[in-house]
Design a protein around this ligand. Sequence first.
Ligand SMILES: [Zn+2]
Length: 204
Amino acid sequence: MTSIDRLTRDLTCFENQDQLLNAPGGYRPTIQPRRDDRRYEVLADAYDIAQAARGDERRAYRNGGITHWFAPVASERLAGVKHGSGLASQWLKVIWEINRQAPDSIGEPWACYWAYGGWTEEYPRFRVILLGDENTSGETAEIQALDDDAATWLKRAAAKVRADREAEVKVGIARIRGGSQCLRCGHITATQMAAKKHFNAKHP
Ligand SMILES: [Zn+2]
């Protein structure tokens, strides 16, 4: 059972999301986002996304007028590594860096589901989307900050990880006569740009 099923059971009279999506008689649920409980907004958005994805025109009623209390304040899109390679991706390093600044900010997600173009994980102050399908999920990721402090941590962490990576690439490439050489594997390229491309592809 995905955690959206659990949310559905906790917040509606349906047992799981499938039942909610397929309720007979054109039924549409009322799910009003609440400022003090983000679960309602996530459930309503997950419902709308799932219906749209299968071409169903039904959307949740949000009869209080306000549809989103928790729109992202900032977001960063970061490179990953080949699915299943076991290497640490840029986005994972950003998560580690955020947790160093604000311990346990991104630990155990309280909801996970397919939405927003990938596998989406909800944390109290962040949303992490591992972009792609089952086979490519996590090769790129988007991290969204949901409040101002989270935005500050995210921007700082992303800047640090990007700077660290640039420094790593720089010392990994040597200029040689007629081109550049990768110091990790010896591969020779004609230009510095090609060397960087090689380094990023082969030594993430
Ligand atoms: Zn190399």
